[in-house]
Design a protein around this ligand. Structure first.
Ligand SMILES: [Zn+2]
Length: 97
C-alpha cells in the first residue's frame, strides 16, 4: 500500500484520521476527534506494514456495536449535563456521611 492510499474514515465517528511517524519510523494512524468515544489508533511496523494499511484493514464495528457506542455516548452526555451526574453523586456522598 503506497503513501497515496486514501485512509478510511474513523469507523466510530466518521472523521478522517491523522498520520504521525512514531519513533523508529512506524506510521501511527489515529482519530483525534475529541468527540469520538473510542479514538482508535493503528500502529504500523517500520519496514513491514504501514500504519495506513493496518488502519484500513482494521475490523469495523457492526450496526449493533455502533448502536451500543451511541447509547454509551448519549449516557455520558446526559450524565455530564447540569445536575444529571452531580445530583446523584451528591446524594450518595450525603448518605456516606
Ligand atoms: Zn473517531
Amino acid at each position: 500500500m503506497d503513501s497515496d492510499t486514501q485512509l478510511k474514515p474513523c469507523p466510530f465517528c466518521g472523521e478522517l484520521p491523522e498520520i504521525e511517524v512514531a519513533q523508529g519510523g512506524a506510521e501511527d494512524v489515529a482519530c483525534f476527534n475529541v468527540h469520538c468515544l473510542t479514538q482508535p489508533r493503528s500502529l504500523g511496523i517500520a519496514g513491514e506494514i504501514s500504519g495506513r494499511e493496518v488502519w484500513n484493514t482494521r475490523a469495523f464495528p457492526s450496526e449493533e456495536d455502533k448502536k451500543l457506542l451511541q447509547d454509551i455516548a448519549n449516557w455520558f452526555e446526559q450524565a455530564w449535563a447540569a445536575d444529571g451526574f452531580s445530583k446523584p453523586l451528591q446524594e450518595l456522598l450525603e448518605r456516606m456521611k
